[in-house]
Design a protein around this ligand. Structure first.
Ligand SMILES: Cc1cc2nc3c(=O)[nH]c(=O)nc-3n(C[C@H](O)[C@H](O)[C@H](O)COP(=O)(O)OP(=O)(O)OC[C@H]3O[C@@H](n4cnc5c(N)ncnc54)[C@H](O)[C@@H]3O)c2cc1C
Length: 386
């Protein structure tokens, strides 16, 4: 086993870290206060990332991406996790699922997304269908060669800047021994398409400026070419490509935890009470020891998940464990950091309160902690025939 990074990987880490420190950190307080990223700033970040050669770094060179390995991408995302999500959104990594594009879809969606000419958003969740994806009520009904979409999606991130949407809809029902099971199909829908509307969503305490939206489809007619993957094959494209988002959450959690920890460590070393740095009190020192131990553990789990993907090894259980542990670790680390800062931890003079708020969503999106536990235990039990 080799636990070190190659010189190229060291370079990736230092390049992305400098980018985040120089191009993201300076704008964070403004985004936090205003709750949005000015369009010009988003475009500027995007342009700089394209110049740096890191735009769509999660795509293979054959379609114009950077051709990085899963481990390399995880290193990039670990560094991005240090910065505001509203801003690092423009360090574009289009949804991997676009690799399922075929024929004209490649020219219309995949290649412009990789070049940075178009941005995408992914719409699965509905008001009545979150963890239970198959419970979705949004339908697409065949009408001649067309499909007609009706229904709504909510909590859709990045919709503000998206030029097109990857939308999942129910296209029928199968009778199975376990009861009726909805067939799901994935569609590509352009912003502004007749019958499709994007509206403001809810206000979230996590990730100010990284807004969520509600999508409405009312008799939205789509041609057959709008189907991504196969008709009724929505779950197949979902399973083939969406594993990466859980690894992204794990990597972001590790990066953010390290930034938060560094601030808490520095505060513990410099803040004095009772005539000595507070870190020298065992109650604080032991918290520091636990925090770094947990961060390292989450880091190794995340990198190991990415490494397994690169080796072509099964990684579903390992990635679910990494997402579960890293996102829960981030909650504990940000909470302990806030405690170390005392009252100042709650004030927006320091970014600690923001990290604490931002951490909360990581246990919810891209599959809640409970769903990750479900995936992990199901895989272990299935292997024993249970
Ligand atoms: C800020 C934000 C941005 C998001 N962005 C997107 C996006 O861009 N695109 C998108 O499609 N979705 C997005 N989501 C949706 C996100 O993935 C869902 O919120 C998540 O999957 C959980 O669904 P839910 O919120 O409906 O909770 P529910 O599924 O209603 O769950 C409620 C609670 O019940 C628990 N629960 C549910 N089922 C089980 C079970 N079988 N066993 C044990 N416990 C269970 C859950 O763990 C949770 O604690 C976003 C969400 C948020 C908050």
């Amino acid at each position: 086993m080799h636990f070190g990074l190659t010189p190229e990987q060291e370079m990736i880490v230092s390049t992305v870290r400098s980018f985040v420190e120089n191009e993201i950190y300076p704008h964070e307080a403004m985004v936090e206060r205003s709750g949005q990223v000015p369009l010009e700033l988003g475009e500027e970040i995007k342009r700089k990332v394209i110049d740096l050669g890191f735009y769509a770094c999660n795509f293979p060179e054959s379609v114009g991406g950077a051709g990085l390995s899963h481990l390399d991408i995880t290193l990039v995302e670990r560094e991005l996790g240090r910065g505001s999500m509203a801003l690092t959104h423009f360090f574009g990594r289009p949804q991997n699922i676009l690799m399922a594009c075929e024929g004209q879809q490649r020219e219309r969606y995949l290649l412009p997304a990789v070049r940075g000419d178009k941005m995408d958003a992914l719409a699965m969740t509905e008001p009545d269908a979150g963890s239970d994806v198959r419970g979705m009520k949004c339908t697409a009904t065949a009408d001649g060669k067309d499909w007609v979409l009706n229904g709504a999606k909510h909590f859709i991130s990045g919709a503000e800047h998206a030029d097109f949407f990857i939308v999942f809809a129910a296209t029928g029902v199968d009778d199975t021994p376990h009861g009726p099971k909805k067939r799901i199909t994935c569609f590509l829908v352009d912003r502004g398409h007749p019958g499709f509307e994007v509206r403001e969503g809810y206000n979230s305490v996590s990730h100010k400026g990284y807004k969520n939206y509600v999508l409405y489809f009312d008799q939205c007619r789509l041609p057959a070419e709008a189907v991504l993957g196969k008709v009724h094959g929505g779950f197949d494209v979902m399973n083939e490509w969406l594993y990466a988002t859980r690894l992204t959450v794990a990597a972001f959690s590790v990066g953010r935890a390290r930034r938060c920890f560094d601030l808490a460590l520095d505060y513990a070393a410099t803040r004095k009470q009772f005539g000595q740095p507070i870190g020298k009190f065992q109650g604080v020192g032991f918290q520091i020891a636990d925090m770094i131990t947990e961060i390292d553990a989450a880091d190794w789990m995340t990198l190991a998940g990415a490494w397994r993907l690169d080796q072509g090894l099964p990684a579903n259980r390992e990635i679910a464990s990494a997402k579960l542990y890293a996102s829960e670790m981030l909650g504990r680390v940000t909470d302990a950091s806030l405690q170390i800062f005392g009252g100042m931890g709650l004030m927006d003079d320091f970014p600690i309160e923001r990290f604490w708020r931002d951490a909360r969503v990581e246990r919810i999106w891209d599959g809640t902690s409970e769903i990750q536990r479900h995936i992990i235990s199901r895989e272990l039990l299935r292997a024993l025939g249970a």
